[in-house]
Design a binder for this molecule. Structure first.
Ligand SMILES: C[S@@+](CC[C@H](N)C(=O)[O-])C[C@H]1O[C@@H](n2cnc3c(N)ncnc32)[C@H](O)[C@@H]1O
Length: 275
């Protein structure tokens, strides 16, 4: 930890407990000090595939890394097994970090893991992280709210649970000034059509922010009528946030002076193990 952080007294990371830690959207500079402290003290780190290599390289050599996300064509571990693994490791007396992209409680299934830990009597802590919506807004130069232009912003997922009858109620969500959509690129045509049917204008600006806050970040501008075609330029599987609303129009004014370079971390040879 650096000098500033060393002046803080962090809570003890007790053996036999689990910390659900938000890793932010990718830039290691967006980790919180609590997150760094957790990584410094952990015996085991169970992480998602979306957590960047730059962040994993900050985990000290002594800690074991277990990837529980989709990696190298292998499917991700079922949620119940992840929760069971957290409980098992804690009951063996380990300090366990569950490192999740963005914030653990925003479309991250952190709630399900917290419920499992509470039910098993395992002490745990939630360390919030910068959610992808905030990372994408900062990286793209799009304020999510702006006095007189957008007084409300809604986060929604474009992903529907397999077998579920319906996804979000787009006609209800269309009432929000700004819409920030996670996991929506694959269905953006359908979503844009539903928003237009609910009265949003066809020429309403849209920004698609892929790999937000990473060196590979790309921002694609579109409108509700062109969003589906523009989304095809994004490689499948690239994490992307879609921002819909008049606030996207601020990019033109902000971009000439906007700096977005992420922090870089010295990459070490991290050993990844899949449990
Ligand atoms: C399962 S959700 C996890 C969200 C996460 N808990 C958060 O708070 O950001 C995964 C989705 O988050 C979004 N996402 C995560 N990281 C991103 C990034 N660096 N750039 C753009 N979108 C990102 C994408 O929509 C991706 O499909």
């Amino acid at each position: 930890m650096n000098d500033v952080a060393s002046r803080l007294r962090f809570p003890e990371f007790r053996a036999g407990s689990v910390w659900l830690v938000g890793a932010g959207p990718g830039d290691p500079g967006l980790l919180t000090l609590h997150a760094l402290h957790a990584l410094d003290s952990a015996d085991v780190v169970l992480h998602d595939a979306l957590v960047s290599e730059a962040i994993l390289s900050l985990v000290p050599n002594g800690a074991r890394l277990e990837c529980v996300g989709k990696r190298a064509g292998r499917p991700s571990m079922p949620q119940l097994r992840i929760s069971a693994r957290l409980v098992e490791l804690a009951q063996r007396g380990r300090r366990v970090v569950r490192l999740k992209g963005g914030d653990p409680f925003v479309f991250g299934r952190g709630g399900e893991e917290a419920v499992a830990l509470a039910a098993a009597g395992v002490p745990f802590r939630i360390v919030p992280g910068v959610t992808a919506a905030a990372g994408a807004a900062a990286g793209a130069g799009v304020p999510l709210t702006h006095r007189s232009v957008a007084r409300s912003a809604t986060f929604a997922t474009g992903h529907t649970i397999r077998g579920a009858e319906s996804g979000p109620d787009w006609s209800a969500l269309a009432g929000s000034d700004t819409l920030v959509l996670y996991m929506a690129v694959g269905r953006i045509g359908e979503i844009a059509a539903a928003l237009r049917a609910a009265g949003r204008p066809a020429d309403e600006p849209v920004a698609l922010v892929a790999d937000a806050t990473l060196p590979s970040q790309e921002v694609y501008e579109a409108t509700l009528s062109t969003a589906a075609a523009v989304a095809e330029e994004i490689s499948p599987g690239t994490p992307t946030i879609v921002i819909v609303g008049a606030v996207v129009g601020f990019r033109d004014a902000l971009l000439p002076q906007l700096e977005t370079a992420p922090a870089s971390a010295g990459l070490s040879s991290v050993v990844l193990e899949t449990a």
